[in-house]
Design a protein around this ligand. Structure first.
Ligand SMILES: NC(=O)c1ccc[n+]([C@@H]2O[C@H](COP(=O)([O-])OP(=O)(O)OC[C@H]3O[C@@H](n4cnc5c(N)ncnc54)[C@H](OP(=O)(O)O)[C@@H]3O)[C@@H](O)[C@H]2O)c1
Length: 280
């Protein structure tokens, strides 16, 4: 992490699963915990956050927790549920310094929606992280609003880089990114679930079937984590002509699995667009 990034004062407003994962990734990359403040509504998870050495403010104990944290920060991460984002923007708007960058991790909340609930000219970034961020193998898409400088988006990207791959994209691509990498971990789990059930159907006991499916998907994922890896080439490399794997792949193709996956991803993107319209 560069010295400029390490010197940033960060605020995490609503530090649940996702903001907590981003925070841990940033700490893991060596950020000074004393420069980080996290807020929660209740004190249920405060203990584990305090153990990280960061400052923790609880909304139930201090009604100004969010505004105090936001006022002191160079970058603010909004980690509440999508329905709570506009209210949180309204709450902190007057407390923010003009150059403070506001990063939302909420699905479906557009830059325009955030901007409408903050002061004009406030730099805003929309992010779509995924859950493997929690184990340092995440993917995040970032889109910046008009007021964000190149230096600011690069600082935000550097902060996320502690927990995964970062892609800076136009906001028009956010729903498609969300349908592939945001929802994608569930598709991997779904495949492991289906493989488990297939093993059981062939007479394996449940634990053995699950162990085989889990470790196989995890191992394949590890091989795919090489940035040079090409999934189609890797699949061909383990599919011998006239062999057993080929029979499975031919069956998947004949039954239309690729088209089914495309239809599922398009349905996820369409739902993201619908949520944006509803929440905007
Ligand atoms: N989880 C994912 O896979 C995923 C992926 C991509 C994006 N996201 C986005 O991440 C955001 C959070 O999701 P999550 O799964 O992390 O939810 P979560 O675990 O429920 O975290 C939300 C946190 O916000 C706190 N909170 C709520 N209102 C607050 C307020 N006004 N001030 C301060 N803290 C407040 C809650 O505190 P209490 O517990 O005390 O109420 C909770 O700790 C969502 O917008 C979601 O779209 C999630």
């Amino acid at each position: 992490m560069s010295e400029a990034t390490n010197n940033l004062r960060l605020a995490f407003l609503g530090t649940g699963s996702m903001n907590g994962a981003i925070l841990r990734g940033i700490l893991g990359a060596g950020h000074d915990p004393k420069k980080i403040t996290a807020t929660l509504r209740s004190d249920s998870r405060a203990g584990e956050l305090r153990e990280l050495g960061i400052n923790v403010l609880i909304g139930a104990e201090d009604s100004e927790a969010n505004t105090k944290a936001a006022a002191d920060a160079d970058i603010v991460f909004l980690g509440v549920k999508p329905v709570g984002i506009t209210e949180l923007c309204d709450e902190i708007s007057d407390a923010l310094a003009p150059q403070t960058v506001v990063v939302s991790v909420a699905a479906a909340i557009t830059l325009a929606t955030m901007q409408a609930h903050l002061r004009g000219g406030q730099p805003v970034v929309r992010s779509m992280p995924n859950t493997p961020l929690m184990v340092g193998s995440g993917v995040v898409g970032l889109s910046s609003g008009e007021a964000v400088s190149d230096q600011q988006i690069n600082l935000v990207a550097e902060l996320f880089a502690g927990s995964g791959d970062v892609h800076i994209i136009d906001e028009s691509q956010q729903n498609a990114l969300s349908a592939i990498s945001g929802s994608g971990p569930a598709y991997g789990f779904y495949l492991a679930e289906a493989m488990t059930n297939a093993g059981i159907a062939m007479g394996l006991d449940e634990k053995l079937a699950m162990d085989l499916a889990r470790a196989t998907i995890a191992g394949a994922g590890k091989m795919l984590s090489d940035p040079e890896a090409n999934p189609a080439d890797m699949r061909r490399a383990v599919t011998s002509p006239k062999g057993t794997t080929e029979q499975a792949i031919l069956t998947f193709d004949a039954q239309g699995i690729p088209a089914i996956i495309e239809a599922g991803a398009k349905a996820a993107a369409a739902r993201a667009a619908q949520l944006s319209a509803e929440l905007g």
